[in-house]
Design a protein around this ligand. Structure first.
Ligand SMILES: NC(=O)c1ccc[n+]([C@@H]2O[C@H](COP(=O)([O-])OP(=O)(O)OC[C@H]3O[C@@H](n4cnc5c(N)ncnc54)[C@H](OP(=O)(O)O)[C@@H]3O)[C@@H](O)[C@H]2O)c1
Length: 246
């Protein structure tokens, strides 16, 4: 019998990451669930899946990034899929230049850009041994449109898109690197931004072709597609209900 493939999904104690963990577990993959803080939720998700472990660690911390990948190898002896999903933002109106101070830039880039970079760098030697490895970065439509929770967040996702293309150019043929760019997805993300959430949801429901906001499962389907898309690399797939064509 061939050994089941192993997927490490950063930031998977809730929202999109948790949906990706469930989707890939449904495919028979062994799963590493990760979060920096929400340990109870991460452990609960891991114990609900057929074969999964939880590893606590902050992707922004260089030592933690190494340790998360090593814990994956210690648990399962291989790594086939890395989903760089852990992300953070601050809700700062785009015209509030003082609000987007340098601490906001650093905090957001630390997780969204440097976190994805150091997880990928630590994972590459193991991914090369997989035979059909895939890295999938969770970006955002704000990377390419003049919108988003804040300018530092949107620029961090633009950097992640370009990191996706550059890594794809260097890591083939062993490893494919792609990204998924969701529009608005109904997750805990918006708990701290009620008003923003309500007005954005109403606008999307009224004006976009699919007339609803996204679900974490909409995004996990695209991640699953990219894992199977054996001739696709360096691409960013939009999952936004058609908002980008309105
Ligand atoms: N929701 C949307 O509308 C939307 C749209 C486009 C893109 N995205 C992207 O989708 C991804 C997931 O967002 P979500 O909406 O699912 O948010 P969420 O429900 O808040 O989940 C974020 C996850 O990341 C973890 N996390 C945060 N910082 C971390 C760190 N430094 N190290 C490790 N884990 C960390 C969180 O756990 P702890 O906080 O406990 O560590 C949690 O598990 C993000 O990259 C986000 O930018 C979301």
């Amino acid at each position: 019998m061939t050994e089941s493939r192993v997927a490490l999904i950063t930031g998977s104690s809730s929202g999109i990451g948790a949906a990706v963990a469930r989707r890939l577990a449904d495919e028979g993959m062994r799963i590493v669930v990760n979060s920096a803080r929400s340990e109870a939720a991460g452990k609960e998700l891991a114990s609900s899946l057929p074969d999964a472990v939880y590893v606590k660690g902050d992707v922004a911390d260089p030592a933690d990034a190494q340790r998360i990948v090593q814990a994956t190898i210690d648990a399962y002896g291989r790594l086939d899929v890395l989903v760089n999903n852990a992300g953070t933002t601050r809700f700062i109106p785009l015209n509030d230049l003082e609000g987007a101070d340098i601490s906001a830039w650093r905090e957001i880039f630390d997780v969204n850009v440097f976190g994805a970079w150091q997880l990928t760098a630590a994972a590459v030697p193991h991914l090369r041994a997989s035979g059909s490895a895939s890295v999938i970065n969770i970006s955002s439509v704000s990377a390419t449109r003049a919108l988003g929770s804040s300018i530092p967040y949107a620029v961090s996702k633009a950097a992640l898109n370009h990191m996706t293309r550059l890594l794809a150019s260097q890591l083939g043929p062993d490893i494919r690197v792609n990204a998924v760019a969701p529009g608005l997805v109904d997750t805990a993300w918006y708990a701290e931004a009620d008003e923003v959430w309500e007005s954005s949801r109403d606008w999307i429901t009224a004006n976009t072709p699919l007339k609803r906001v996204g679900t974490p499962e909409d995004v996990s389907e695209a991640v699953h597609f990219l894992i199977r898309a054996t001739y696709t690399t360096g691409d960013v797939i939009t999952v936004d209900g058609g908002r980008h064509i309105v």
